[in-house]
Design a protein around this ligand. Structure first.
Ligand code: NI
Length: 172
């Protein structure tokens, strides 16, 4: 396994809609493993393939507490099948592609996600708490959506400008 470079704002790839996975082959399984290692190394609790520059519908997650056993999840073609529209949960979210930025976001508190597992078997998982939040955050990435999209236009522009300026300075 190896760690992969994570792309950050304002990389336009982050706005690309990812393509469905047609076939889970050895290359994609290695990508999933490398994404997990990249996520643990960062450290983070979720990562979408587009964040390492691959526009495929693949996300990895592990929301286990530090003291608990690791619980790595890899979901191919994840799709939210059901959400609890009544109950919401607010979480201060960060994103490995938007370093040093955090934002309180309100999302449905529980959901059922359908996906293909590593063997290509269709699975369904009921999630709540942090896992439900993380799944929604990562699926947003597959649709080119970022946490800054929960801000007003004005505030979003300020954040984007800051990252553009930092990128210019880094390449100067
Ligand atoms: Ni993110």
């Amino acid at each position: 396994m190896s760690t992969l470079p994570i792309i950050t704002l304002p990389d336009p790839l982050l706005r690309q809609v990812s393509d469905p996975v047609e076939r889970i082959d050895a290359e994609l399984l290695k990508l999933a493993d490398d994404m997990l290692e990249t996520m643990y190394d960062a450290p983070g609790i979720g990562l979408a393939a587009i964040q390492v520059g691959v526009p495929k519908r693949l996300i990895v997650l592990d929301v286990a507490e530090d003291d608990d056993q690791p619980n790595p999840l890899a979901m191919f073609n994840p799709e939210i099948l059901k959400v609890d529209g009544e109950t919401t949960r607010v979480h201060e979210e960060g994103c490995l592609s938007i370093p040093d930025f955090r934002l309180d976001i309100e999302r449905p508190a529980s959901l059922v996600v359908g996906y293909l597992d590593r063997e290509g078997k269709p699975r369904e998982l009921a999630a709540d708490g942090l896992l439900a939040t993380a799944i929604q955050h990562e699926i947003d990435h597959l649709n080119g959506k970022l946490i800054i999209d929960f801000l007003s236009r004005l505030k979003r522009d300020i954040v984007v400008r800051k990252f553009k300026k930092a990128a210019r300075e880094a390449s100067a």
